[in-house]
Every structure is written in C-alpha cells, then in structure tokens.
Design a protein around this ligand. Structure first.
Ligand code: ATP
Length: 424
C-alpha cells in the first residue's frame, strides 16, 4: 500500500515512522516533509512544496496513493480533505465542516454546550465594544481567545481586568486576520492539563493513550508559550477507568454531536482537558494529532496502526484489527533553535551522532538537507528525541543522554520535560 502524509513537522515524521512498521506499507510519501523524512526508510519527500491543492491531488493520483493522511490543521480547515475525497481519494482527516472543531472556538464551544460536554463558561463577541461590555458586566479577569486559528498565539490567560481589555483590543486590531473577527471570553479555570485522542471513522472511535505536553519555552513552565517543547505518554494523571469515563463524557458525545450536524468526522478528535476541582473540563478541541504529543505516542502504536487508519478513512473501523499499544513509557524532548519562538535562527549545521532504533527515535521538524547532504536547521522546533523505557525515569534518561549527542549552534531544550512523572 502507498500512503501520502501532508505536512512537514515532527508529527508527520513520527506518523511515517509508525506506518513503516507495517509490512503492507510499501511506500510513504511526505509532502513536503523535512530533512528527516528525506532520509527515512520507505519514505520519499514530495517536492516542490506546493500549497496548491490541485497539484497535491494530481500527485496523489499519479502515484496511485491508497491513503492520504493530513497532519496539520490549516489544510484541514481549508478543505483539503473535501477536495481530495471529491477526487476519489481515501483520506484520514476531517473535512472543512468537521475541522471547525478546531478552526472556530465559538463553533466548538456551541457544540460542547449542545451536547452537555463539560467546558468553561464562555461568551462570544463580534466587536470590541460588545466584548468590552461583557467584560464590564462580569467585572473579573476573563481568558480572551481569538475565534480562529492563530497557531497557539490567540489565547491570553489574564490575571487582571486591564489585561483582558488589552487582549480584546489586540485581537480586534486585526493582527490575527479573519481569525480575530470574533472573540471568545472564557471563565478562568484551574487544574492540571492532559490530552486525550480518538481515531474516528465517522460513527465509531478508538481511544489512544493520554498524553501531556509542555507548552512553555523554559524549565519550570516559565517563558513564552511555544508549539510544545516536549511530551510524554501515557499520562499518569488519568487511569484506565478515568479514560473510559472521559470517553463517555467527552469523546463519544463529540462524535455524536458532529453526526447530528450531518458531519461525517473521519480523523483525530483531540480534546485538551483541564482536571478542575469540579471535574474535567474541555479547554480545546483539535482536529488532528498534537505536535509533539504525536511523537511520544507513535512509538507506542502496534503495527496495526496503519490498518486502523485505512479502516477509519473508509468508514469501517469495525473491520480493523485490534489496535495494540506498547505498554512502555514514552518520552519526547524537543530541541529548538536560538530565538524560538519569536525569531528562530536558521541555517545551522546539525551534527547527529545517534541512530534511531526500536526504543529510540529522532524525529525531524525544522530541518532540511543542503546540496552537500548536510542536515541544516530550517525552523524553530528543529527535531525531537523520543525514547521508550519500562519507567519514565529510564525513558527520559535514554532520551536526554542521546539528545546530548546532537549538536547545532544555539540549540535549546528543556531539562525538565516529564517532571510530573520523573524523580528529579
Ligand atoms: P494551542 O496552543 O494548543 O494551539 P489554542 O490556541 O487552541 O492552543 P487553548 O488550548 O484554548 O488555545 O488555550 C491555550 C492554553 O491556555 C491552554 O493550554 C491553557 O493552559 C490555557 N487556557 C485556555 N483556556 C483557559 C481557561 N478557560 N482557564 C484557564 N486557562 C486556560
């Protein structure tokens, strides 16, 4: 079978790696991929990197692709899956309608309320005046969110009313383009965060192990928010029974809610949860795997993973083999460029004195290969080192000791990823 993965991050690199374990997968194309996927067994990067949907679809047809997996949220929100299905391709990833789960916070909040899915109280406003009036009425600091996709930069968790006002003005200043046409004001809630995931075929779902990521740039959860500096799975914050309960409370009602809207949701439902003193609440939905949670999760997938994605994409999850999970602990640490997240320095040569194996993986993200066959940094998050072990201490020790064999100028990583589950 021939698979094409859309995207260029560590997430897509790790999906390619997990799929390649399956004997029936003969070729994996990553479009556009990165410096890691370019050197990967069974893997070919498709260049030129074209954002043009028609060109990608033509390539899929020319290469007789059996399954397309769309990694990032932007092409999903833009309807790439719809166009591909219209062209007769089999796709894992929701259409434009389902992708609103992530692409419009107002839409997804409404879906949660309609389906009794626990979430923070919220109000939405279409103008600055309306938003400031809501804030005045409640007279307490509220969390302010741009409605649309803003690459994690559209959310301000405010300590004061003044900060909430500033955040509202900032969003309506036009800085987020159409993603800032509406604003969501949310009650501030507290508690540890954990992410849960389901693979869906439109009707049914399969739940994956929960994961925890680390959004802040610096140790001790300090510094600015990033795309994610590391992750681990399974998250120990929720046990097997909790996961079953959350499936009933959040994942199944979400899929049912989508179905009620006539949305045939094929792809990942990612629910970011906060475990508050009054129970778990959904903070956000994503319509794809998280990055870097995906890198921590993929090495835990049994080789059936590829068959399960095929079955989901065909709407036949019941025909899939049972998805098994490696019971080990998986640790992922991201190495970032100097200046990330504001202005990452690029073009640095990377020295990698490590080989991937069955319990250690190097997943590339912002890397490229230059004309001398050197691997060069080309983005903020450069690569991640992922390791598995029988305990989190062992997994993190293995990941950190190997990360230290990788070098590039300005390389930065957190030393305390997984502090929740390690003895540090
Ligand atoms: P991402 O960075 O995953 O793209 P996003 O832009 O979709 O995130 P959210 O996940 O909604 O934004 O929020 C980002 C972070 O802000 C959350 O992980 C959480 O830490 C914090 N946050 C969001 N909503 C609330 C809330 N109601 N109360 C307290 N903290 C919140």
């Amino acid at each position: 079978k021939r698979v094409l993965i859309v995207g260029s991050g560590g997430r897509e690199n790790s999906i390619a790696w997990a799929l390649s374990k399956n004997q029936s997968i003969e070729q994996i194309y990553v479009c556009p991929g990165n410096g890691g996927t370019a050197k990967f067994e069974k893997c070919i990067c498709l260049k030129p990197n074209s954002e043009d949907k028609k060109i990608i679809i033509n390539e899929c047809q020319r290469l007789a692709i059996d399954l397309v997996i769309i990694g990032p949220e932007d092409p999903l929100a833009e309807g790439l899956a719809n166009k591909m299905r219209e062209a007769g391709l089999t796709v894992f990833g929701p259409g434009k309608d389902g992708a609103q789960l992530e692409a419009s916070k107002d839409w997804s909040k409404a879906l949660m309320i309609e389906n009794n899915i626990p979430t923070a109280k919220y109000w939405s406003a279409k103008s600055k005046e309306e938003a400031l009036e809501i804030l005045r009425r409640f007279n307490q600091p509220l969390v302010i969110k741009a409605d649309g996709l803003a690459a994690g930069k559209g959310v301000t968790v405010c300590e004061t009313i003044e900060e909430s006002k500033e955040a509202i003005k900032d969003i309506f200043s036009g800085k987020f383009g159409s993603a800032g046409n509406k604003v969501i004001l949310e009650e501030k809630i507290e508690g540890p965060e954990v992410s849960i995931f389901a693979l869906c075929d439109g009707e049914k779902l399969i739940v994956l192990p929960p994961a925890q990521d680390h959004k802040r740039l610096l140790d001790g959860d300090n510094g600015p928010n990033t795309g994610g500096m590391g992750a681990y799975a399974p998250a120990l914050l929720i046990n097997e029974q909790d996961l079953k309960d959350l499936t009933e409370l959040v994942l199944i009602p979400t899929l049912k809610g989508l179905k009620k809207k006539n949305i045939n949701y094929i792809g990942v439902i990612y629910a970011g949860l906060m475990l508050t003193s009054s129970g778990p609440k959904v903070i956000e939905f994503n319509c794809r795997f998280g990055d870097p949670e995906c890198q921590a999760l993929m090495p835990l997938m049994g080789e059936e993973f590829a068959s399960v994605l095929f079955a989901c994409a065909r709407g036949e999850i019941e025909n899939a083999p049972k998805l098994t999970f490696n019971s080990e602990c998986s640790a992922c640490i991201v190495a970032a460029s100097k200046g990330y997240p504001e202005s990452p320095q690029k073009g640095e040569k990377i020295v990698i004195n490590v080989e991937s194996n069955s319990s250690l993986q190097i997943f590339h993200a912002g890397t490229t290969i230059d004309k001398f066959d050197n691997t060069i940094t080309s983005g903020g998050r450069v690569l991640s080192v992922v390791a598995q072990g029988e305990s989190f201490d062992k997994a993190f020790d293995l990941a950190y000791s190997n990360l230290k064999k990788i070098k590039f100028n300005g390389m930065h990583f957190r030393e305390d990823i997984g502090y929740q589950v390690r003895n540090i």
